[in-house]
Design a protein around this ligand. Structure first.
Ligand code: R5P
Length: 297
């Protein structure tokens, strides 16, 4: 029985790292665009169990090619096609806030379940549901947490900081990052007024006076949450503010805004490519795939 990892050009580094961590061959998925915008996808290799790696940030660009690659792998003889999507896009919209809104979490989750035999991701952006299987039905869907990797990144940082989660939803997760180093934790209260407009208060912020603070979140998107939280923490006397997240989707402009606001460094895992993506996830993903037993035939 043959098993291999397949990855797209933009993620050949981390996908290759996953193949190396699993001791498996790595094959490239080639994509080209026709002048009308359609994609031509070609998988270069075959396997009985194909592990297809693609982070689903920029999902409007990436989803169709992903489904085409899964189909090509099956046509090439794969009995199982497993999706490794270190960042799983479209999980945020989990209800219709206004009549007629598409609940993207359910629609995209069901679409992926139709095309893959199992799925693994890291820290999916789930708020009102407890388990990824509620968003991705019918197939095994594994949500790993990067909290231990973030905790290890903190250990290297020297002076023990206060960890601050920006909102109540982040509480258990920030606690998990703080636990190994027994670090102090504060949790903010967030009110979102718009995609880039948030208001944050941090109860108990007197604790940070004269101390370094690390803002910990699952996702950095526009960076607005970090900017608002950092302002409060500086007012409270923090000696420095940095940030640590599983996924950093922020654009270069947004990262520059964070740097100008003195939020340095901003570190994230390698789920989403970019200057903040410094923490490797291949070992965690490899362990998750092995423990799930999906590579056993
Ligand atoms: C919210 O629920 C998330 O945990 C993040 O705080 C949020 O997605 C960050 O978005 P932004 O960087 O645009 O404020």
């Amino acid at each position: 029985m043959s098993i291999a990892v397949f990855g797209f050009a933009e993620s050949s580094g981390p996908a290759g790292d996953l193949a190396a961590a699993l001791g498996l061959p790595y094959h490239q998925v080639e994509t080209t665009r026709f002048p009308d915008g359609e994609s031509l996808v070609r998988v270069c290799g075959e396997a009985d169990i194909a592990i297809l790696y693609r982070s689903l940030d920029h999902p409007n660009d990436r989803l169709v090619e992903l489904l085409l690659a899964a189909g090509a792998l099956r046509a090439g003889g794969a009995r199982k096609v497993l999706l490794v999507a270190p960042y799983l896009g479209y999980m945020r919209q989990d209800m219709a806030f206004r009549p007629g809104e598409a609940i993207s979490q359910r629609i995209i989750g069901a679409l992926l379940a139709d095309h893959f035999d199992a799925l693994v991701t890291l820290d999916p952006h789930l708020h009102r549901i407890a388990h990824l299987s509620e968003a991705v039905p019918r197939i095994p869907a594994l949500a790993l947490t990067a909290a231990p990797l973030l905790a290890a990144a903190l250990e290297r940082a020297g002076e023990p900081p206060v960890l601050v989660g920006p909102d109540a939803e982040s509480h258990p997760w920030v606690e998990a990052v703080a636990a190994p180093g027994r670090l102090d934790v504060l949790v903010g209260e967030k009110h979102r007024h718009g995609p880039r407009s948030v208001e944050i208060t941090v109860p108990g912020s007197e604790l940070v006076r004269g101390r370094p603070v690390v803002l910990v979140d699952d996702v950095i998107s526009s960076g607005g949450t970090l900017l608002a939280a950092a302002e409060r923490l500086r007012e409270a006397g923090a000696s420095g503010v940095s940030a640590l997240a599983t996924h950093c989707l922020a654009s270069a402009e947004d990262l520059a805004r964070l740097a100008s606001a003195g939020i340095v460094p901003v570190q994230a895992t390698q789920t989403v490519a970019g200057p903040a993506a410094t923490i490797p996830v291949a070992g965690l993903l490899a362990a998750g795939l092995r423990e799930a037993g999906w590579l056993n035939g």
